[in-house]
Design a protein around this ligand. Structure first.
Ligand SMILES: [Zn+2]
Length: 279
């Protein structure tokens, strides 16, 4: 599933290549992709120029002349850009084609068909559902915000980091890396976390996501969102590792909330003792 860094990488590739392009018309081959109605979508989008491609959480927002539309890639959605005057046959997984005025085609490809697009307002999309319900990303959140959100919880930190109503955009691989870099035990219960630990977690999360964006941007050759399997994979300090890439110690594999969790006793132990000293 594309996580926030992959979606940001797709956004950058799209923005670099199709900002300023005009959409002549749209062909929709699988109408359930459009959750606000196919006919209304085609009518609203045709003839419009793409002014910006923004991102809120894992949602892409295409801002046009009069409207905007949201594209949520979900499990497998990706974009293919076909050059002008090149005859590339449509594949069975390309469900929607934006015909651009310069002859190029932007195709939406989705093997699982879980991705969705919907019309929204170009000026108020952040205040309308579904984007209005999203939590802040780590780079936008304050330590006080995170501490207030977790301090009444009896759930483990790892599960809280993955909860998209607490913070937007952290997937399982990144949650492991964030806990290691913040030197926090992923099993730590929410109400044991201090505001200082929350600050460390946000710093680690912002860094990890930014590094992943940088790595994804160098490996992606089309608009597919599989770049995380490339370079960032080589930068993982704990996820999928047998030895901790910080201290060389043995990595323990746990399951927290049904998700694979990698943990270093040396780097991530001692938080509870520290807590007790503080109290
Ligand atoms: Zn370690």
């Amino acid at each position: 599933m594309p996580e926030l860094p992959e979606v940001e990488t797709v956004r950058r590739m799209l923005a670099a290549n199709i900002s300023g392009s005009r959409i002549l018309r749209v062909d929709v081959f699988y109408d359930k992709i459009i959750s606000t109605g196919q006919e209304a979508f085609v009518n609203a989008v045709s003839g419009q120029t793409i002014h910006a491609i923004n991102r809120v959480g894992k949602y892409l927002v295409f801002v046009l002349d009069d409207v905007a539309f949201i594209s949520h890639l979900r499990m497998e959605g990706k974009y293919n850009l076909i050059a002008a005057e090149v005859d590339v046959p449509l594949t069975k997984h390309e469900h929607l084609v934006f015909h651009l005025a310069d002859g190029r085609e932007l195709r939406y490809h989705d093997t699982r068909k879980f991705g969705r697009m919907m019309l929204t307002g170009k000026d108020d999309y952040r205040d309308r559902k579904p984007l209005s319900t999203l939590a802040p990303e780590p780079s936008e959140a304050t330590a006080e915000y995170l501490w207030l959100r977790v301090s009444n919880s009896r759930r483990p930190l790892k599960s809280l980091l993955l909860d998209q109503t607490v913070l937007a955009g952290i997937g399982n691989i990144y949650a492991n890396e964030i806990c290691l870099r913040a030197r926090v035990d992923p099993r730590q219960i929410g109400n044991m976390l201090t505001e200082e630990i929350c600050a460390r977690l946000l710093t680690a999360a912002t860094t990890v996501l930014a590094e992943a964006v940088a790595a994804g941007g160098t490996t992606i050759s089309s608009f597919n969102s599989g770049g995380i399997d490339g370079l960032f994979q080589a930068q993982l300090l704990i996820y999928g590792q047998k030895t901790c890439q910080v201290c060389g110690g043995e990595v323990t594999r746990l399951t927290i909330g049904g998700r694979g969790t990698y943990f270093c006793h040396h780097c991530q132990a001692g938080e509870e003792e520290d807590e007790q000293k503080c109290q």
